[in-house]
Design a protein around this ligand. Sequence first.
Ligand SMILES: [Zn+2]
Ligand SMILES: [Zn+2]
Length: 555
Amino acid sequence: MAYLNPSDKRMFFVPLGGSGEIGMNLNLYGYQGHWMMVDCGMSFAGDGFPGIDLMFPDPVFAAREKQNLLGMVITHGHEDHIGAIPHLWRRFECPIYATPFTAALITDKLVEAGLEEDVEIRLVEDDKSFSIGPFEVTYIALAHSTAEGHGLAIKTDLGTVFHTGDWKLDPNPLIGPVCPSGKLEALGNEGVLALVGDSTNVFNPENAGSELAVKQRLTELCAQKEGRVVITTFASNVARLDTVGEVAKATGRHLVLLGRSMKRIYKAAKSTGYLQNFPTVLDEEDAGHLPRERVLICCTGCQGENRAALSRIARDEHRYLTLVDGDTVIFSSKIIPGNELALGELFNQLAASGVQVITEKDDFVHVSGHPGQADLRDMYGWTKPKHAIPVHGEYRHLSKHADLARSFGVESTLVPQNGDVITISADALVKVDEVPVGRLVLDGEKVIAADDPAIADRRRASYQGFITISLVLADNGDLLADPQVAMLGVYSADPLMSHDIIINLIEDLLERMPQHEREKQETVGEKVRIAVRRHFRANQGKNPGVAVLVTYLED
Ligand SMILES: [Zn+2]
Ligand SMILES: [Zn+2]
């Protein structure tokens, strides 16, 4: 059953991901019986999910509304905005709207997932309005830490909502147009009902800073160094990649690109008209033979990712490239909270080889792609929205953004949570309902619920260990063979935990059990399970998972 009905004259906003967290953005706008999705992103799963890398919002509500979902509109190509598309698109099967560079990144993912024949991508041009059902959408180019960041002006006959996407103000973004303050002012003069916007960096009291300034500093630093220089950054930061190319040219170094995503983004950027003056990229094999002071390496791994190029070089596991005393690694990137430990280890490995490490804490080698308070003040000043809904942040970011918006003259604000159904009208923002939201994870190649028992079992097994016991009994419940015990991740060298002790414990238990209980498979399984677990808890303070397999053989 449709949630909206065509005669309903309210505009709905329903965030299903990204409100209350930084990552996995997925939002719905609804009007007159139709839905439009904005972004479909992923997050990294974290330590609580052993064996899992990626997490997505569970778009059960959007999937249920599939017949009314007219399209997926993508603001830009960061993973937290496009990363879930290949894994979730089958649930929606709607066309995708994106600008060329973003579309190239999405196509890469679709090809990998074998979906490229099925998905229709409609290319969008900046500033050219197009209709998706009752919505008239205009992409407005804004600076961000990847090429082709966009805000969306979403117009209906009720008024315009400005969905900012991820953005910053940058007088010299190096790639893409400078901030279109004129267009934003024009939008404001026409009237903006509500601004739905990026809260990532609301605690920065200043502005985000400019790519040009980073370029100048990186050039200076690189010119001072005598050994090899490595610059690591997010591959998706095309302006930074362009900067590294310029730094190589300015300092007479040959450029090497390392890492799968670095090469993928380089290819997508080249094919869509960026990096046209980029220097020739040298093969890593050849770079190994050049004098150290003639080499600049740009690589992935700026968050200490274990399998990324930089970590492999630091561990001296790279086939062609090594770092030694006198070389320098510049982290031209933000240190994302949660990655400090992995990065600390990487810094130690590099320092142990005499390599100098420079991060954003040491020097001006990075600027953010998200608006600080000064940028937000300008944005609100230009667009003059009546209401504001902060998104793209944890609760503390959203509520701070709401405070700021009110201080900039916005009439009312609403801090959303994933699953809230919010109506937007000239009068007010009102939460009218809640729809189910959950989390999905990619387990190998399968998308499953994050709270699936398989994940809980795996977590228990990884923290507590796992014991499997096999019993073969006669019909009357007598043991026909010694119990078999297999332990995984359990400390069993302790004499109290030896196989013999466990087997004795099971035999004693079965002997004490009345025959009518021993004849029942579930009763035997449950009692043995509880006794073994109790034994481990009492003697080791551990709670291993225990599985008991009971087989009855006829005499
Ligand atoms: Zn982004
Ligand atoms: Zn984002």
